[in-house]
Design a protein around this ligand. Structure first.
Ligand code: P1T
Length: 379
């Protein structure tokens, strides 16, 4: 089945009790049993819920995996992965990550004696140098948030598997429409479903997709034991959102391209970070592993003046100044004070996350209006 057909149909069967074409919101915490232990696969909604099951199946199909697991947030999903580890284990992670992921690793799990090594991963030899006998997970975000770096999933996968290490890929920015990490060698694909999969800025949710049965069982055990599951109404909203994922992504990519081109020639702008430019350091990898380049763009200002960045952000009329991304509406964000404030300034500067950096989540409005808005705010 092609992607658009899967987005509309995968995981969703007419409801067995009524034939309802849309999976109902099974707003129930528990399920009646005629006799102890005699049930229809549903005992308690932390463990299983039919609305969540449909969503999990849909996500597994979109990512070419066998199993999907949904969590109450993207960070809840990453948290479940790290709970596979024990004290003394080590993780090698991209050094340019969503600030919340960095905070989870460095402020929570470091306390439990799990060691995190951060590297750019632009040169995969860098990863090889950090592998020890305790390395259990390589954690990749690509494109990275917010610098839009691209990491070669296939090459990292080869290193991971040579050393028997799990490869986890945060596919939030690309979505399964643009990139399928499992096909490139990832063992676990993670999504902040809050973003493009939900697509309408009305849900906070996370998800994991895996191919391996044992890994699914281990993660499902954590999902049920730790209990960070989403409610059925949120699952319904995401099932609805996914039905237009391919259509929305086409427009996000089209608008992203137009806006990146506009920003590139603007006299006040120093750098534009978007993997679709031939001058992007990993453009060739992006071209090979992604179907298009998406709607996420970051840019910095000449002179790197934070006050100028604030002025631009305060003067948008169509772009909303807000955290998050991937919704139908365009958003602008100041990573240094918003999404990446929990990353120390020295670490931010190492990756080029300067004080004038602005990140755009280009929505699906008319590109002309978005460009006019940027032109006005930049003036
Ligand atoms: O917000 P939550 O659903 O918990 O997802 C966390 C997360 C994980 N990975 C990536 C790449 C992300 O971008 C996020 C969340 N990011 C934002 C809220 C943001 O504005 O960047």
């Amino acid at each position: 089945m092609k992607f658009g057909t899967k987005a509309i149909h995968a995981g969703v069967e007419p409801d067995p009790s009524t034939g309802a074409i849309m999976t109902p919101i099974y707003q129930t915490s528990t399920y009646a049993q005629p006799s102890p232990g005699d049930h229809k696969g549903y005992e308690y909604s932390r463990s299983h819920n039919p609305t969540r099951d449909a969503l999990q199946k849909s996500l597994a199909a979109l990512e070419n995996g066998n199993y999907g697991l949904c969590f109450s947030s993207g960070l809840g999903a990453i948290d479940a992965i790290i709970k596979l580890l024990k004290p003394g284990d080590e993780v090698i992670a991209t050094n340019d990550l969503y600030g919340g992921t960095y905070r989870l690793f460095t402020k929570i799990y470091s306390k439990y004696d799990i060691k995190f090594h951060f590297t750019s991963m632009r040169d995969v030899q860098d990863i090889e140098d950090k592998v020890t006998e305790n390395t259990k997970i390589i954690w990749v975000e690509t494109p990275t948030n917010p610098m839009m770096n691209i990491i070669d999933i296939k090459k990292v996968g080869e290193i991971a598997h040579k050393h028997n290490i799990l490869l986890g890929v945060d596919n939030t920015f690309a979505t399964p429409y643009l990139q399928n990490p499992i096909d490139l060698g990832a063992d676990i694909v993670m999504h902040s479903v809050t973003k493009y999969l939900g697509g309408h800025s009305d849900v906070v949710m996370g998800a994991l997709v895996v191919k391996d049965k044992q890994l699914n069982e281990d993660l499902a055990f954590i999902q049920n034991s730790s209990g960070a599951i989403p409610g059925p109404q949120d699952c319904f909203l995401v099932l609805r959102g996914i039905k237009t994922l391919h259509l929305r992504m086409q427009r996000h990519c089209e608008n992203g391209r137009k806006i990146a081109e506009f920003l590139k020639d603007h006299p006040k702008i120093e750098n534009v970070y978007w993997p679709g430019f031939e001058t992007h350091p990993n453009h060739e990898v992006a071209k090979a592993q992604m179907n298009d380049f998406g709607g996420m763009i970051s840019f910095s200002l000449k002179g790197d003046n934070k006050a100028d960045a604030f002025k631009i952000l305060e003067n948008f009329k169509v772009f909303a100044l807000a955290e998050s991304l991937g919704g139908v509406e365009s958003l602008a964000n100041h990573p240094a004070t918003m999404t990446h404030a929990s990353v120390p300034k020295e670490e931010r500067e190492k990756i080029g996350l300067v004080d004038s950096l602005i990140r755009l989540s280009v929505g699906v409005e008319d590109a002309e209006d978005l460009i006019n808005d940027l032109q006005f705010a930049l003036s």
